[in-house]
Design a protein around this ligand. Structure first.
Ligand code: GCB
Length: 607
């Protein structure tokens, strides 16, 4: 028997883009990253992108034997005497996109390898270049085309792409993907987190066939602090001499020819007076970037976001963030959200609550959610999954976190809705952690100077003598916006009545209460002062008390309750009140609004 070889043993972290001519790609990647630029294809705006969604063949590989047994060859017996001990035909079929845990009962708690396979038809065209684009595969993916490995990727919530030009054949092509969702000590997130460890090809998959010279990446946003200058860059792929690129925003009468340098890069500034994107009128403009036959289309909004002392300024005006957290999950279905319809389901509930802000906790959620939120006028806090328990002393962590940060920013840098990039949630101070997070703050600013950088902290300490919360954390000093997660009345009782509690946390910058709340089982009732009742009344009262406490936080510029819907979590083990659910939702897993929902709604109506 061949030796066992688990995916986790072999995987290495890849740059987000890998081409066959690796040296060119690596060089380009290095140059671009050093310049503080970024690249990632946008398949959603590309007419040459074909979705590979649908039913895929699958094999559950519990003991990680598939790689040694060369499942990727998808071999059929060639002679009468030969047999092959696996087959993708006539077996399990899984939906792509979608997590595998929710698709058959046997996979509900599964953590390990699952192999996916499908064919797709292509016509080779040597004048063009072909790619596979994965919007999200959790947690690791290894990809083979026609039996040859094209690349590997680690990280479940950000996109990646591989060039396949040299491996593609005319007609039927065989695509095999090994997916592994084992939790791991050196993972991001790591071994323990408070949500379901959904694995699989969670999001859309595209086959993309584009001209040899094409638009690889663009950024089109308002220049930092200016409402009358649209600025950004275009990066071409495949260019080795200067080229002419066209940028159009028809509604603004912009049709601009931009000349790239020999590496296909051009930065630009254009005078313009767009109607500004804001929650009450989330204007977005049809924008195209093209070279010859190649054209990418997007819908882009324009706004500025800054801080001034403790204020958050959207388009120069102070704003209060009326927010909510949610996971990328449809509770009624027990599964990850992946479609436009799913996004609408979640965001309609956000809208009904009266929010103007969402925190897509704790990881970049799919593009359907981000794009729809932007269209609905919701401002967004987007975060990489650096969630508690991270092995900061391991040098690999910084590299992985940087890659995730890059991939998040590459993908969403044209989304006006995104106002804050968040680098972490609830990490404990240490020299290692401080160094990693400070590095990530710097990298964020280097990749995108137009937005704010934030992080969520759970370590403000209460001083009994003065009834005051204070925060001593080096990372809080280097972010623009400090998020605080404080479960007053749940994980800790109010030490004194809420109106007597004082806050002196990050006093010179905006503070957002990024998490607060408590569990309650929909339909369960009890006294408002009895936490152990798990009743709706306790939750309702706790929200009221927190809102009273917030009046004393002078620099509070936003609130974001934890959480919109009850969500699945293997760490929630109380048999009757939880049974595998975190019950902090304002809305139950079946979509029923709890009493606290109305308290939050009222608070937002009066803000
Ligand atoms: C937190 C975490 C969040 C948990 C929540 C809870 O502080 O950031 O991921 O789900 O608390 O319910 O305890």
């Amino acid at each position: 028997m061949p030796p066992h070889r688990a995916l986790t043993q072999k995987t290495q972290l890849l740059e987000p883009l890998k081409t066959r001519s690796f040296i060119t790609a690596a060089f380009l990647c290095l140059t671009i990253n050093l310049m503080g630029q970024s690249f990632m294809m946008n398949p959603y705006g590309c007419k040459d992108a074909t979705l590979l969604n649908g039913k895929w063949n699958a094999i559950i590989d519990l003991f990680s034997r598939g790689e040694a047994m060369k499942f990727y060859q998808n071999r059929k017996p060639q002679k009468k005497t030969e047999f092959v001990e696996y087959s993708f035909s006539n077996g399990l079929r899984l939906d792509v996109p979608g997590d595998f845990n929710s698709q058959i009962p046997e996979l509900k708690y599964y953590e390990g390898n699952v192999w996916y396979q499908r064919h797709f038809t292509a016509t080779t065209n040597k004048n063009n270049r072909q790619f596979l684009y994965f919007a999200g595969v959790s947690y690791e993916a290894a990809v083979w085309l026609n039996g040859t490995e094209v690349g590997r990727h680690e990280g479940g919530f950000t996109p990646f792409q591989f060039e396949i030009s040299d491996l593609l054949v005319d007609g039927e092509n065989d695509l095999v993907i090994m997916v592994n969702n084992n939790r791991r000590v050196d993972g991001i997130p790591a071994m323990n987190f408070d949500w379901w460890n959904y694995g699989g090809i969670l999001r859309d998959v595209f086959y993309v066939d584009r001209p040899r010279v094409h638009v690889r990446d663009y950024m089109v946003q308002l220049k930092k602090g200016r409402q009358d200058i649209i600025a950004g860059h275009v990066q071409l792929a495949g260019a080795d001499t200067p080229q002419q690129v066209e940028l159009t925003i028809a509604e603004l009468n912009i049709k601009k020819q931009l000349k790239t340098d020999a590496s296909g890069y051009v930065a630009f500034e254009i005078k313009a007076k767009p109607s500004l994107w804001e929650p009450a009128s989330p204007k977005i403009y049809k924008t195209t970037v093209s070279i010859g036959e190649d054209l990418l289309e997007d819908e882009i909004g324009f706004r500025t976001i800054e801080t001034k002392g403790c204020d958050l300024l959207l388009n120069g005006k102070p704003i209060f963030l009326k927010g909510i957290n949610f996971h990328e999950e449809i509770p009624q279905r027990f599964g990850r959200a992946y479609s436009e319809a799913d996004a609408a389901m979640i965001l309609n509930e956000v809208r009904a609550l009266g929010c103007n802000f969402i925190r897509t906790a704790h990881y970049p959620q799919n593009e359907h959610i981000v794009r729809l939120a932007e269209k609905m006028g919701l401002m967004i806090w987007e975060e990489i999954p650096l969630w508690q328990g991270i092995e900061f002393s391991n040098p690999a962590i910084l590299k992985k976190a940087e890659t995730m940060l890059r991939e998040m920013i590459y993908r969403d840098k044209n989304r006006a809705g995104i106002i804050i990039w968040s680098i972490a949630n609830e990490t404990s101070p240490s020299d290692y952690r401080d160094k990693v997070l400070t590095g990530l703050v710097n990298l964020t600013n280097q990749l995108d100077g137009t937005r704010l950088v934030g992080a969520a902290f759970d370590n403000p300490r209460y001083d009994r003598a003065t009834s005051t919360f204070r925060l001593n954390d080096k990372v809080a000093e280097v972010v623009d916006v400090v998020g605080v997660n404080k479960y007053m009345g749940w994980y800790r009782a109010f030490p004194v009545p809420p109106e007597q509690i004082k806050w002196e946390v990050a006093v010179d910058k905006p503070l957002i209460m990024t998490e607060f709340g408590c569990e309650a089982l929909y339909g369960q009732h009890g006294p408002a002062d009895e936490a152990h009742s798990w009743g709706e009344e306790y939750q309702e009262d706790l929200y009221r008390k927190n809102f009273i406490m917030f009046k004393n936080i002078a620099n509070l510029r936003g609130t974001s309750p934890w959480v919109l819907f009850d969500f699945r979590s293997p760490t929630r083990c109380h048999p009757t009140n939880q049974d595998g659910w975190n019950r902090k939702g304002l809305v139950s897993d079946k979509g029923q609004r709890k009493k606290a929902w109305w308290v939050v709604k009222k608070y937002y109506e009066n803000k």
